[in-house]
Unconditional design. Structure first.
Ligand SMILES: Nc1nc2c(ncn2[C@@H]2O[C@H](COP(=O)(O)OP(=O)(O)OP(=O)(O)O)[C@@H](O)[C@H]2O)c(=O)[nH]1
Ligand SMILES: [Mg+2]
Length: 262
């Protein structure tokens, strides 16, 4: 009992009870490592693995971890529906159980659990914290040039098209406090891949959610296969363009539009 039970009740000081949601699809080589690292780096937070019925048995491995640790849980989903749907289901799971904050984290080790205490500290003064690869003090390790360029270009485009004031709108290492999730109309979200992160950044910004960025050390995955595909990039490009045009049209319709036109 003692320390573990007390810490579990306390969660993160100034933030409350925290759930780390880790979406998985074929992460059998990673799921046990990442869960162990989270439990070590932030013993007071709980973990939910949201698995899309991975053919490689990730879900069964996660069940084994949950059976051995009351702070680890598994959400089994019927099939591969994309990162966005898995996160939305994880957010709903957390809200139903009264968590005060939800963390997004990849299973492949790209998001270091050792950075989590710093992200949670930042959540004391904000409703949404973005672990950023592109802010001062951040590091990106072992990423091929084409991935670096894709991320930089994607973020530049998202910022120009949508005006979201963050350096890493596509990143997937984040903390949302309950107030942020309440402010965003999650039922309207349709994105599946990277676009999901951009969509939530946009909706949060529009809803006036207090956001901060914290530098992270991001590392290329070492085990397992990437789920990144041209389709995921195309979805992000198409959705960002559509939102950007819609926002511009809406702005132009406002009565003071001419006065603000450059
Ligand atoms: N539940 C679920 N998880 C997914 C799905 N697609 C990807 N993921 C998980 O989302 C996280 C990010 O996916 P990655 O394949 O690492 O994507 P990425 O980081 O852009 O690509 P690499 O790191 O280069 O491989 C990982 O934990 C994946 O297992 C999905 O359809 N369902
Ligand atoms: Mg990855």
């Amino acid at each position: 009992m003692g320390v573990t039970a007390d810490r579990r009740t306390v969660g993160h000081p100034g933030v409350g009870r925290v759930l780390v949601v880790i979406p998985t699809y074929n992460e059998a080589d990673n799921v046990d490592r990442i869960v162990a690292r989270v439990r070590e780096a932030a013993p007071a937070v709980d973990v939910l693995v949201a698995d899309d019925n991975s053919p490689d048995g990730t879900g069964a491995i996660a069940d084994g971890l949950a059976g051995a640790d009351p702070q680890v849980h598994v959400l089994h989903r019927p099939g591969k529906e994309g990162l966005g749907a898995a996160y939305l289901a994880g957010f709903a799971w957390a809200r139903q159980r009264g968590y005060d904050a939800v963390v997004e984290m990849d299973a492949d080790g790209s998001h270091a659990p050792e950075d989590l205490p710093a992200l949670l500290d930042a959540a004391r003064g904000a409703d949404m914290v973005i672990g950023s690869r592109w802010t001062r003090g951040a590091r990106v390790l072992n990423w091929p040039l084409r991935r670096l360029l894709l991320s930089r270009a994607g973020n530049l485009y998202a910022r120009l098209a949508l005006g979201v004031p963050v350096s890493d709108a596509t990143g997937g290492y984040r903390v949302y406090r309950a107030a942020a999730l309440d402010a965003i109309d999650l039922a309207s979200v349709r994105s599946q891949g990277y676009a999901f992160q951009v969509e939530l950044s946009r909706l949060a910004h529009r809803a006036g959610v207090r956001m901060v960025e914290v530098p992270i050390t991001f590392a290329e995955r070492e085990h397992g296969d990437s789920k990144m595909s041209p389709l995921i990039v195309a979805e992000a490009l198409w959705r960002i363009t559509t939102w950007g045009l819609r926002d511009r049209r809406a702005a132009a319709r406002r009565p003071d539009a001419l006065a603000r036109w450059p």
